[in-house]
Design a protein. Structure first.
Length: 365
C-alpha cells in the first residue's frame, strides 16, 4: 500500500511541491490532503462511541501510567544522589533543601508565588528554548538528522524570527506577570498550605496526574475553539504562521490565546487542588518543557515524542490536545493515525533517527 509522503511544510495557501496545493490551509477552503478541510478550522466534534471511550481510557492509563513510572524512578534516583552528595538523610533531603531556600528568600506567599514562579519558569523556558534556538541557527549535523520535517527552517527566516522573539517577549514579560498577579489572589481566596512544609511525594504525584488531566481537557477544547472559522483568522492564525515550528513558537500567540489557551489550562490544576508552591513550580516546569519539546521540530532520543503536535502544525486540523486522549475520543487524530508520522510517535530509545526506521514512501511519478 502506498503512503503519502509527509514532506516539508509550506506556508498556508502557497503552492506545494511539484506545483500541487500546499498542505493544510488552501484558498477558498478547498479540501486538503486526505479529504480533510483545508481551512485550518475545527469542524463539529464527533460524538464518541463506547469503543472510542474505552480506547481513550486505555490510552490515558498507558500515557499517565508510563509518565508516573518515569517520575517515580527519577525521583528515587535523584534523591539517592542528592542525599549522597549533600549528606542528608534520604527521608528528609528535599525538606532540608527547601528549608535552606526559605531561610534565604523568606516565606512570604506573594514573593514565592509571584516573583518565585516568574524566576523559576523563566529559567526553564529560556534555557531550554534558547538551547533549541542555538541548534536551529547553527544546525549541527548530529541534531539535524532528528528533524521531523527535513530541510525546513534551513536557514531560519531572520525577519520571521525577530517577530517571533518580540511577540514571545511581550507575552512573557507583560501578559504572564499580569496573569500571575491575578492568580495569586485567586490562590489566596482558595486557601494556601503551609509554605514551610513540603507535601509528601505521593500527594505530589497524584496532584501532577490531576494537573495533566485538567490541562488536557482545557487545552484541547480551547484549542479546538480557536480553530473555529469565526475566530481563527483573528487569533490563532498567528500561531500557525509556523507550519514547521521551532521551540519558542510554543508561546508565539495572540494575547487572547496566550491567556486562555497557554496560561490558564496549566494554572487551573494547582488552583483547584490548592497545591503547595513547590508542586506548582514542578508542574509548570514540566508543562513548559513539554511545550518547548513539542514545538522544537526535533524528535530526539529519550525525549517524549513531538510528532503529534508537529503534525498539527503541518495539517492544521488534527491533534488538538496535549496527550492525544481527547483527540482519540473525538476522532480528531484519524488522519494522524493513518500516517507514517504515527508510526514514529514513540519515544526514541536509540541513536538511529525514526525517519530512517519508518521512512516516508513517496508515490511513483
Amino acid at each position: 500500500m502506498e503512503k503519502k509522503c509527509l514532506c516539508g511544510s509550506v506556508e498556508p495557501g502557497q503552492p506545494g511541491h511539484g506545483g500541487q496545493p500546499g498542505h493544510g490551509e488552501q484558498p477558498g477552503g478547498q479540501p486538503g490532503h486526505g479529504g480533510q478541510p483545508g481551512t485550518g478550522h475545527g469542524g463539529q466534534l464527533t460524538k464518541p462511541s463506547l469503543v472510542d471511550v474505552k480506547g481513550a481510557v486505555l490510552k490515558a492509563c498507558f500515557v499517565i501510567g508510563s509518565a508516573a513510572l518515569v517520575i517515580i524512578c527519577l525521583r528515587n534516583s535523584l534523591t539517592w544522589h542528592v542525599a549522597s552528595i549533600w549528606g542528608f538523610a534520604r527521608e528528609y533531603v528535599w525538606q532540608s533543601i527547601w528549608d535552606k531556600l526559605l531561610d534565604t528568600v523568606g516565606e512570604d506567599p506573594f514573593t514565592l508565588m509571584f516573583y518565585g514562579t516568574f524566576c523559576v519558569t523563566s529559567m526553564v523556558y529560556w534555557t531550554v528554548g534558547l538551547t533549541f534556538m542555538y541548534f536551529d541557527l547553527t544546525l549541527p549535523e548530529w541534531i539535524r538528522q532528528y528533524k521531523i520535517q527535513p530541510s525546513t527552517n534551513e536557514p531560519l527566516d531572520r525577519a520571521k524570527l525577530k517577530k517571533l522573539v518580540l511577540v514571545v517577549l511581550f507575552n512573557w514579560t507583560v501578559l504572564f506577570p499580569v496573569f500571575n498577579y491575578c492568580m495569586f489572589f485567586l490562590h489566596e481566596w482558595r486557601g494556601m498550605p503551609d509554605m514551610r512544609v513540603l507535601p509528601s511525594f505521593h500527594r505530589v504525584l497524584v496532584e501532577l496526574i490531576i494537573c495533566v488531566l485538567v490541562e488536557e481537557v482545557m487545552f484541547y477544547y480551547s484549542h479546538w475553539l480557536l480553530h473555529n472559522k469565526r475566530v481563527y483568522k483573528y487569533i490563532h492564525k498567528q500561531h500557525h504562521e509556523w507550519t514547521a515550528s521551532v521551540s519558542l513558537t510554543s508561546l508565539y500567540s495572540h494575547p487572547v490565546e496566550h491567556i486562555f489557551s497557554n496560561l490558564l489550562p496549566p494554572a487551573m490544576g494547582p488552583l483547584l487542588l490548592g497545591s503547595h508552591i513547590s508542586t506548582s513550580w514542578l508542574w509548570f516546569c514540566m508543562a513548559l518543557t513539554s511545550a518547548l519539546n513539542s514545538h522544537s521540530g526535533y524528535h530526539l532520543p529519550f525525549f517524549p515524542s513531538p510528532e503529534a503536535h508537529d503534525f498539527h502544525h503541518l495539517k492544521f486540523n488534527q491533534c488538538y490536545g496535549v496527550l492525544g486522549i481527547l483527540d482519540y475520543l473525538h476522532g480528531t487524530d484519524k488522519m494522524f493515525r493513518a500516517s507514517t508520522a504515527y508510526e514514529r510517535h514513540i519515544m526514541l530509545l536509540g541513536s538511529t533517527p525514526l525517519r530512517e526506521t519508518f521512512p516516508d514512501v513517496k508515490k511513483e511519478l
